[in-house]
Design a protein around this ligand. Structure first.
Ligand code: GTP
Ligand code: MG
Length: 357
């Protein structure tokens, strides 16, 4: 079940004097590691099946386009409609179609099935810059703050992530900085105790009715002094239009930097995959306020159409072109359900395959 984590063995870490654990998408190297860890590759397969199942509607409407007998304007028109229906949005749809037509010309492709294969390449290439491992351990204590709109799956994703990190022998401290919901702390605690090995490795800092910035500051200070590998702050959900709540998030970010000038090392936004084109507007707004480093896209097991990832990828590419020195945006994980193993690392190729049915 941990096949998507590539981790150095504990003794190799000790010999190298490092605590570096890299959570990687399942490429060929990860597949090799999976075999070495005796983690069942079937788990990753079944997870992809769930992703495919979630995106089935999109997949079948795109597949249908390629059942046409020949490649003509009608096929491209239908494909455009299918991509728009899949929430890819006008800019990414145009990008995908232009790139596809160029490749079809270059390869002199004549068969709709060949065009479908080229579309998979086009989509995978667009998504590829988003595929990056979440690096833990470059800084002594990696501090992450997790943000997003209400109910996107922040607390659940943090819980899953904390369990996975604990399984990878990382000491984790969670800051219950969602002081709005009394149940948020308990929700985190349930996750923290879900797997046996996590019991000693995951601690929680909370403050009844406290100030989110104060809880987070305490947690970062405690995490550093207790030698934790990772501190994750769970914040309350909010809409980017709630300006005073966005200011509150900026304050959380500032106090983290007071406790550790290099932190937060990650500002992660959790995005509900069902949000459609609105998701892009939300990501842009949170990025403008906080400077996001990565995304976790959840609920791709339900009625999500998935195309919004193409829209996010195109925007991330433009963002990188406008700010060349800046770290590019990553999609670290996808969520396809409520169980621990339903949080998996993002692979551009796998996603493209799932989306195209
Ligand atoms: N089907 C499905 N449900 C999910 C997924 N991730 C989270 N959920 C569910 O979504 C609901 C909301 O999740 P939370 O983790 O509480 O969301 P949150 O962002 O912390 O919510 P607030 O703190 O209220 O803003 C819960 O019922 C979760 O079980 C997923 O990948 N798939
Ligand atoms: Mg929450």
């Amino acid at each position: 079940m941990f096949s998507f984590f590539r981790k150095k063995p504990a003794d190799a870490q000790a010999a190298a004097g490092t605590q570096s654990v890299t959570l990687e998408p399942a490429g060929p190297a990860a597949a090799e590691q999976a075999a070495a860890d005796a983690a069942p590759p079937s788990q990753r397969r079944s997870w992809i099946e769930r992703l495919r199942g979630g995106l089935r509607k999109t997949g079948s409407s795109i597949t249908q386009v390629f059942s046409a007998a020949r490649i003509d304007d009608a096929l491209y028109d239908e494909l455009e409609a299918a991509l728009l229906m899949a929430d890819a949005g006008p800019s990414a749809t145009r990008h995908l179609l232009d790139d596809l037509k160029r490749r079809v010309r270059e390869r002199n492709a004549r068969d709709p099935a060949a065009v479908r294969a080229l579309l998979e390449d086009v989509l995978a290439d667009l998504l590829l810059p988003l595929e990056r491992p979440l690096e833990i351990g470059r800084a002594g204590c990696t501090v992450m703050m997790v943000v997003g709109v209400n109910g996107a799956g922040k607390t659940t994703s943090i819980g899953k992530l904390a369990c996975h990190l604990a399984e990878a022998h990382q000491k984790v401290l969670l800051a219950a900085a969602d002081t709005f919901r009394a149940a948020a702390r308990e929700q985190l605690a349930v996750w923290a105790h879900r797997v046996g090995t996590a019991r000693d490795a995951v601690e929680i800092v909370s403050q009844q009715g406290g100030d989110p910035a104060a809880v987070t500051y305490d947690a970062v200070v405690a995490g550093r002094s207790r030698g934790c590998d990772v501190v994750i702050a769970d914040t309350a959900g909010r809409l980017p239009t709630q300006l005073h709540l966005m200011e509150e998030l900026k304050k959380v970010q500032r106090v983290i930097a007071k406790a550790d000038p290099q932190a937060p090392h990650e500002v992660l936004m959790v995005v509900d995959g069902n949000t459609g084109q609105n998701a892009l507007a939300q990501v842009r707004a949170f990025d403008a306020a906080l400077g996001l480093t990565g995304l976790i896209v959840t609920k791709l097991d339900g009625t999500a159409k998935g195309g919004v990832l193409a829209a996010i990828a195109l925007w991330a590419r433009e963002r990188a072109a406008m700010q060349p020195g800046r770290r590019t945006l990553a999609v670290y994980f996808l969520g396809v359900g409520e169980a621990l193993e339903d949080l998996q690392s993002f692979s551009a190729r796998e996603f493209a395959q799932a989306l195209l049915g």
